[in-house]
Design a protein around this ligand. Structure first.
Ligand SMILES: [Zn+2]
Length: 414
C-alpha cells in the first residue's frame, strides 16, 4: 500500500492564526530569512586584506584543495574554505618586506612583486574552476554572480614602486588596485607608524605625493594602513578620492600605533573613506606572550634568520619549527567578540557607512573562534546578536568598500 502523504490535511487543520504565522515565516524566508548563516550566505562579502600570495609564494600550496588546519601547508585560506566561510571576494596582497632604500634594494623589491604577480597569473588557468580576477567593482559582482570567488589584487608596501612613479601604472596594468603606501618601516613614499628610527619625512615625501596623485589618476585606492599619523593626514589632504585603511583597528580600544585614533576614523569617514577592521589578535587586545616564548623565537631567528628571509630550501623546516613554538608557547588569541567590539567602536565613531573587514589572514590574523576564512559566519552571527540589521551587515561586509572603490574609479575620470 502506498504511504499516504498527510501534509495537506495537516495544514488544513491548523488554526487560522497558525496558518497565517506559517505564511509570514515562509515569506520572510523567501525574502532572505533571519538565520545568521543564511544571512551571511546571501550577502556579498569582501575581505580587503589577505596575505595568501606571500604564504604560497614562500611555501607552494594547492589552493583548490581543502587543507586541514594542522598541516604546515594549510595557512588560513584555500578556495574550499573560502566557500565554506561564505567569503565571495578578497583582496590578495602582493607583500614585499621593507629592505634597504638603495638601488639594489628597490630593484629586488620590484622583482619580488613582479614574481608574485607572475605566480598569480598562473592561477587564471590553475584555479579557473574556483576563482577569477576582479579589476573593478563590476568585475566582483559579475564573477560572484557566476558562482566563483572574486580575487582582487592589492600591493602591501609601495617599496616596489622605488622612486619611479611610472611604476604605479605598470603595476595597475598588472591588476593591482590598491597600494598600502608603506609597511613596518619608512620608505621612499612615506613614514611608517612602526619604524623604530622615527620619521624620515614627517608624513608623505614629495615623491609620495606624486605617487598618490598618480594613483588617483589611475583610479587606484590609496591605502593608509601601516602609515604614520602624519602620512595618514597627508594622504587624506592630497588624495582626490576617498582613501581606505585596508586592515586597521581602533587605537581607543588597543593602543598600538598601527591602529586608527578616533580623530583618524572620523576624518577618514568625513572624506568618504572606509576603515576595514583587522583580525590580528595583537591589534585587537593586549596579548601577553607566555614566559619562554621570546627566548624560543630568538633561537629560531638565530638558526633561520628573519622569518621572511628564510631560504626556500629551509622554509618548510622553519614553518614546522615555528608551529612547534606556537604549540608550546601559545599567545592568547582575541575572540570574535573582541573583533565586534572594534567594529562597534568604529561604527559609533565613523558611522555605519565607513567600516568594513580586512582580516589579514595568512598575515598573522586568527581568532579563537574564527581561526581562518571558514569561520567568517561566526562574525556575522555575533553582529546580528548585537543588533546589526541586514542592511548594516551588507554595508560592513563589502558594500562600503565597493562604494569607495567605485568612487576612486569615478574620480579618475574627472
Ligand atoms: Zn599589514
Amino acid at each position: 500500500m502506498p504511504v499516504q502523504n498527510p501534509a495537506p490535511r495537516r495544514i488544513r487543520s491548523y488554526p487560522v492564526c497558525l496558518t497565517a504565522s506559517l505564511l509570514i515565516l515562509s515569506l520572510t524566508m523567501a525574502c532572505g530569512g533571519s538565520d545568521p548563516a543564511e544571512i551571511h550566505d546571501r550577502m556579498l562579502t569582501l575581505d580587503s586584506h589577505l596575505d595568501t600570495p606571500m604564504r604560497v609564494f614562500r611555501i607552494p600550496s594547492d589552493l583548490s584543495v581543502r587543507h586541514d588546519r594542522a598541516s604546515a601547508a594549510a595557512g588560513d585560506l584555500d578556495f574550499p574554505r573560502m566557500r565554506e566561510g561564505g567569503l565571495d571576494a578578497a583582496f590578495f596582497a602582493v607583500y614585499v618586506q621593507q629592505g634597504a632604500l638603495s638601488e639594489a634594494g628597490r630593484a629586488g623589491a620590484k622583482r619580488t612583486a613582479s614574481d608574485m604577480l607572475d605566480m598569480m597569473e598562473g592561477w587564471k588557468i590553475r584555479y579557473a574552476a574556483d576563482m577569477a580576477f576582479a579589476h573593478s567593482p563590476e568585475d566582483v559582482r559579475r564573477i560572484v554572480g557566476n558562482g566563483l570567488r572574486a580575487v582582487c589584487i592589492g600591493m602591501e608596501n609601495g617599496y616596489p614602486i622605488g622612486t619611479d612613479s611610472t611604476a604605479v601604472a605598470a603595476f595597475h596594468a598588472r591588476g593591482v588596485r590598491y597600494i598600502t603606501l608603506c609597511h613596518s618601516r619608512n620608505n621612499d613614499i612615506c613614514d611608517s607608524s612602526t619604524d623604530p628610527a622615527g620619521p624620515t619625512w614627517n608624513g608623505l615625501s614629495p615623491f609620495g605625493e606624486s605617487v598618490v596623485r598618480e594613483m588617483n589618476r589611475l583610479g587606484m585606492l590609496v591605502d593608509v594602513s601601516h602609515v604614520s599619523d602624519s602620512a595618514f593626514y597627508d594622504a587624506l589632504r592630497i588624495s582626490r578620492a576617498p582613501v581606505i585603511a585596508s586592515h586597521s583597528c581602533c587605537r581607543a580600544l588597543m593602543d598600538n600605533p598601527r591602529n586608527l585614533t578616533d580623530d583618524m576614523l572620523r576624518d577618514l569617514a568625513a572624506r568618504g573613506g572606509v576603515a576595514q577592521i583587522n583580525l590580528c589578535s595583537f591589534y585587537l587586545i593586549r596579548t601577553e606572550p607566555p614566559a619562554g616564548r621570546r627566548a624560543a623565537m630568538d633561537s629560531l631567528k638565530r638558526i633561520y634568520g628573519e622569518w621572511d628571509r628564510v631560504p626556500p630550501s629551509k622554509r618548510t623546516e622553519y614553518e614546522e619549527a615555528r608551529a612547534a613554538v606556537d604549540r608550546r608557547y601559545p599567545v592568547p588569541k582575541a575572540s570574535v567578540s573582541d573583533l565586534a567590539d572594534h567594529i562597534d567602536h568604529a561604527v559609533r565613531v565613523a558611522g555605519i557607512d565607513h567600516v568594513g573587514i580586512g582580516s589579514d589572514f595568512d598575515g598573522g590574523a586568527g581568532l579563537s573562534d574564527c581561526p581562518d576564512v571558514s569561520g567568517f559566519p561566526a562574525v556575522t552571527a555575533e553582529l546580528i546578536r548585537r543588533g546589526y540589521s541586514k542592511k548594516d551587515l551588507a554595508a560592513i561586509w563589502g558594500g562600503n568598500f565597493m562604494r569607495v572603490w567605485g568612487e576612486a574609479v569615478r574620480a579618475a575620470s574627472k
